[in-house]
Each structure stands twice: as C-alpha cells, then as structure tokens.
Design a protein. Structure first.
Lengths: 171, 501
C-alpha cells in the first residue's frame, strides 16, 4: 500500500481485525446440531429401508448400502464437528466479527453504524438447550448479513440489547 | 392545483381518464380469455346483448374510476416528515413514506398520459417495505415542485423561487446525446439483449411458418427444405450477414426508443435526466444516494471515445443478486466521452477519483478458472467420447475451444484490478466490456475476507465488499494487503460520521 497512507495515519498501527481473539459458540450447540443430523440420518435410513423392501433386485446389495450409509454418516458428523469448532465471533467496541469455514475460511465484519436490524431466533431444539441464533442485517442484503448460531440465550439477549443500544446512540 | 401540499389533495381532474384507461387495460388483460370464450360460444346469441353487456361494463368502470379518483388523496406532513397517500374504493389503503427513505422521484409520461397532458409521479424508496407509491395524474408544474419538496426536505424555502422559473430557460445541459452518438452506441453495445430479442423473433416466425404450412397442407416447408438439403457455405454466409444486420438494426432501434433526446441537466445539487421517444422519463438523481458508479467500454467503443455509465442506488432486492434484471434503481447513461464522464464523476464525487495504488491478483487466479472451464469439461468430453464412438470426429473442437477460453480467461485476469486511494475504491473487471466500478469507503455495509486453506502459505485471499447496491469482489490478492485495506476501511467507517445514504 505504497502511497495509500496520509502520513499522519499509520495503517499498521490501526486495530487489526485479523488478530482479535474470538469467542467460541456454546458447547451445548453441538448437541443441537447432533440432534438435527440424527433426525436427518434417521429419515435417510428409513428411505433406504423402504426402497430395499420394495425393490427386491437391490437386496443383495444390502451390505454395500449399509457401508455407504455409515461412511456418509461419519463424514457428515466429522465435517459438522470441524466446522462448528472453527466458528468464532467477537464484538469490538465498534463492530462485530464472525469467522467460519473449513475449506474456505471467511471472516465478516459489520460496523455497528451499518446495522439495519437484529433478530433473535430460537428453534425447537435450540430452546431445549437454552440457545438462540442472532441475525444481524445490513442494507447489503443476505450476503452482507451475519448469523451467529448457538449462543447462550441470555448472552444472545444481552448482545442484542447492547447492539440496539449502540444503534440508538448512533441515530 | 396550488403548491401547498400540507392539505390532502386530489389528482388532476384528467386523472379520471387516466384511471379509466388504467382500469380498462387491467380488466381486459384479466378478462381476455373469458371474453373470447363468450364470443366463440355466443354465435347464436343476439349481438345486442353483448353490446349492452359491454356498455354496462364500461359504465361500471367509469363509475369505479371516478370513485377511485375521489378517494385518492395525497399530502405532505411537514411535522412528521412524511408523505401520505390515501386510496382505495372498497378497502381503504393508507401509505405513508418517511421522507428520508425516499431515494428517487421519477416523473414519467406514458402514451395515454401524453395524449391527456398529465404526468405520473413515482416514488422510489430504499427499504424493505416494497410499497409502490405513485400518483397517476398530475400536471408537470405541480409534479416538479412536489418532487423538489420530497427530495430537498431540508430546505423548504427554496421551493417558491423554484416555482417562478419553473419551465423557464433551462440551464445548459451537462450532457446531451446527439443522434450520431446514439447511432454509435447502438452499433457498439448491448449485443446480448438484441441477440436474445432476435432469437425470440426468429422462433416466433419459424413457429408461424410451421403453422402456415400445416394449415395449408403445403408439401414444402421452406425451413424444412433448408435443413434437409443442407446449407452450403454461401447461404450460411448470407444468413449470418443478414442476422448481423438485423441485430445491429434492432440495437439501434432499441437505443433510439429508449434514449431519444437523452439529456442530463445539473440542477443545484441534483442531476435531472430525461429521455425517451414514446414514453418520456424524467429522473432526479441525488449524488449522495449513489452507491456504486461505474463506466464500461469495449474495444470498439475505446476507438470511438465512447463509454457507458451506470449509477447504482440502494435496492434491497438487488443487493443479493447483482446481475439479475433488477435494474429499477440503476440509472444508465448510454453514451458519453471521456470529458463528459469526468464531468459526471465530478458531479457525484466532487473530484475525479484518483488511482493512487494498484493491486494485481496472483497468477493463481488462472489456475482454478482454467481447471473449471477447460480441464474438467474437456476431460468430461473425452470420457464421453471414449464411450460414444460417433462423438470422436468432433474431438478437434477441443483445440479452438481451449484457445478461445484461455484467451478470454487471460483477459479476465489481466483486467481484474483494484485501485485505491484514500477516499475511493475502484475495481476494474471484464473480458470484452471492461468495467470500472467506483465507490467510496463509507458506502461499505460490511467486509468479508476469504481464504482457501491451501492458500495460507502463499498468503493469498479474496475480498468482498458488501454495499446496498451489490457486492464488489477482488480475488486472489495478497492477503496481508487485504487485511490492511480492511482495517483501514473499518477505521474510516467507524471513526467518520459519514452516512451511507
């Protein structure tokens, strides 16, 4: 960034978003995800079983189907596990940071002044574990918004209130 | 109508006619199939019944139009800073629009309105509430004053002086498209749209010919004969020549209809844009509302010193899908030269955005795209070809395909640039049409940085800037530099008081 600077401003001295220590999601969130995955896997198993029952020619391949199914389940669970471990968020004085992804690791930052509105979602399973998902919307549409899943419901409410307070201050 | 908008007002009395035409058009569109059905079935019936029915229908429509004219009122609530529209015959509708949410006010004139001599005023808001607010019949004088009042809410005093010069001598236009410029624009741009139009046309004609030959039980279908006898080179050449001629012709025609008499006038802090051959369009553009300004140019246009400009405004539907047809909020300037572009940029940004430092993507930019667009499709083709023997004679197609795609990808890579200065972000991209997108850092809504895990060592990453008018991507940049940019822009947004709208 050769002549980008304005001399008085040293860009390297600015706060660095990439070095902020991030918070992990609530540990209970893994249980919610596991519940969701197991329901999906159960439905899948039921579908395969019905097909096998109805189509007799496929029955000799029972072991093949079971093998693929098990492999798929293990892969799904490990991938989800890894991706949840990678999720991190941080709230700075003036913006919100959210990092996620296994193959492509992406970090999004939304300054408080650009937030349009905030919603707090509680799914059925999330409610069972007192968790909630925080959606932060900007005028940049869906791609420009952030969703933080698996927050402790009390923490999520506090964050929402705090952000709303910040919004009111800006206005 | 006066110029006091604080009391509820009706539309021009001629509005009844406009509303009638509007309702008639709409009900015909809905009822066209039932009517045809009735006409076909009613062969034996007395025609007088039909005519009587039609007259009753018209009468009801007239009464309905008159009622909706009576019930339609609008006013400006100075205290709450709101513009209120009330309408509805059977159910009452109350639309209130906050003045600071209005981003554009258009005065348009359709053919019917032109005959009657009124205009329509459409209010374009930036907000998730997609309520369409429009006044269908208003005279030009009132419309211009109301528009000024809606847009310049901070300076209510200026409207009176404005009303005196009203339609008087207009200031010298900033930009005026001559017929020759329009011709040049038609010759050099927007091939895609015209090709699509032409294709639709050709298919329609072919379908018609088919029906025609079937109806008259002709032995020879000209199209069928063509396809069975095979086309020789000369006839292909002639056909291509005519296709090209027609494409250029439709292009020119389309441009003339849309941009006839195109004019940009600088009025205080806003740009007034008018254009159109049949339907006159008047648009007021507030520079502060523009999110992304862009200009693009292809090889031919470069030789002619001609370019196309676009001003993108906030829109909640198109922020996600930037290349969909959702261009309602975009304001396009079909043709201008370098000087005019600089004048317009000065209008928007108060200076010509400088390109202080240049950022070039890493050569790995080419790897993935070549993999996706050359290696994978070709290996797929070879794989299928190894099974289906009759595909093998076409294997040589791979060579021209590869050459063409690699050249295109190379140009895409060579044009992918990011230019930065303290207060501007300029992104250059494109293969044939090279586009420069210009934005100011305070229009950023959010920043996303991305990295594939295998690029960690190479220190390469991607940058996505989210704005209210779509996103700007810079791919395969130096990740350390991207971090620095992001930190600078965050500082710029968070320390400054500049609002994005």
């Amino acid at each position: 960034m050769q002549d980008f600077t304005n001399e008085t401003l040293d860009i390297d001295a600015l706060p660095k978003y990439e070095e902020v220590a991030l918070n992990a999601l609530s540990r209970k969130y893994w249980k919610v995800v596991l519940l969701n995955i197991s329901i999906f896997l159960f439905i899948l198993a039921a579908a395969i079983a019905t097909i096998l029952l109805l189509v007799e020619e496929l029955r000799p391949y029972l072991y093949l189907f079971t093998g693929i199914y098990l492999l798929f389940s293990i892969l799904l669970i490990t991938l989800y596990r890894a991706s949840i471990k990678r999720i991190g968020y941080a709230i700075r004085e003036k913006d919100l940071i959210y990092k996620s992804g296994i193959i492509s690791i992406s970090t999004s930052i939304i300054p408080f002044t650009r937030i349009q509105h905030i919603t707090l979602n509680e799914g059925i399973f999330s409610r069972m574990f007192q968790l909630g998902a925080l959606h932060v919307f900007t005028a940049g549409g869906i791609s420009g918004s952030i969703t933080i899943p698996g927050l402790d419901i009390n923490l999520a409410k506090t964050i929402k209130e705090e952000l709303n307070r910040q919004l009111a201050k800006v206005d | 109508m006066g110029t006091d908008f604080s009391e509820p007002k009706r539309q021009s009395a001629a509005g009844v006619a406009v509303m009638f035409a509007d309702h008639l058009q709409r009900s015909i569109r809905v009822l066209v199939f039932p009517i045809i059905l009735v006409l076909v079935r009613a062969k034996g019936m007395n025609h007088w019944y039909l005519i009587a029915g039609f007259l009753v229908f018209l009468f009801i429509l007239i009464i309905y139009s008159y009622l909706s004219y009576l019930r339609f009122s609008f006013f400006l609530d100075e205290e709450k800073q709101e513009f209120v529209i009330q309408k509805g015959v059977l159910s009452k509708e109350h639309i209130s629009i906050r003045l600071d949410k209005i981003q554009q006010v258009n005065i348009n004139q359709s053919l019917i309105q032109r005959i009657i001599g009124v205009y329509s005023l459409d209010i374009d808001t930036a907000g998730s509430d997609k309520k369409e607010a429009s006044i269908k019949a208003i005279d030009h004088h009132t419309a211009t004053i109301l528009r000024e009042r809606l847009l310049n809410r901070d300076t209510p005093g200026t409207t009176t002086e404005k009303s005196t010069d009203g339609q008087g001598p207009n200031p010298e236009p900033l930009l005026k498209l001559s017929t020759t410029t329009l011709l040049k624009v038609g010759l050099t741009s927007n091939y895609g749209a015209s090709v699509a139009l032409l294709m639709g046309f050709i298919f329609a004609i072919m379908e018609m010919l088919k029906n025609y030959t079937e109806a008259f039980q002709l032995e020879e279908n000209p199209i069928k004969a063509l396809s069975t006898e095979g086309l020789n080179l000369i006839s292909i050449g002639v056909l291509l020549f005519f296709a090209l001629l027609i494409i250029l012709g439709t292009n020119i025609l389309r441009n003339f209809i849309k941009y006839f008499d195109f004019e940009v006038i600088k009025k205080k802090a806003v740009l007034a844009i008018t254009s159109g051959l049949f339907e006159k369009k008047h648009t007021l553009l507030k520079p502060a509302r523009v999110q992304i300004s862009s200009y693009s140019q292809n090889y031919f246009q470069k030789k002619l010193d001609l370019m196309n400009m676009k001003f993108k405004q906030a829109s909640f539907d198109s922020a996600d899908e930037d290349d969909k047809d959702n261009k309602k909020h975009d304001i396009e300037i079909p043709g201008c030269d370098e000087n005019e572009r600089d004048e317009l940029l000065k209008m928007i940004f108060e200076c010509i955005p400088p390109k202080n430092s240049t950022f070039i993507p890493n050569y790995r930019f080419l790897f993935l795209t070549i993999m996706l667009k050359v290696v994978i499709p070709i290996s797929f083709f070879l794989l299928i070809g190894s099974v289906l023997v009759h595909l093998r004679p076409y294997f040589w197609w791979i060579i021209p395909y590869t050459i063409l795609v690699v050249i295109m990808l190379y140009f895409e890579f060579a044009h992918h640039r990011l230019y930065l200065s303290e207060n501007f972000i300029i992104k250059k991209s494109g293969i044939w049409d090279v586009e420069h997108q210009i934005m100011e850092p305070h229009k950023i809504q959010g920043i996303t940085t991305k990295q594939y895990f295998w690029h960690k060592k190479a220190n390469i990453g991607h940058l996505v800037l989210h704005t209210a008018a779509g996103t700007i991507h810079f791919k395969y940049g130096n990740y350390a530099e991207i971090h620095r940019m992001a930190n600078y822009w965050l500082y710029y947004i968070e320390s400054g008081k500049k609002d994005w709208m």
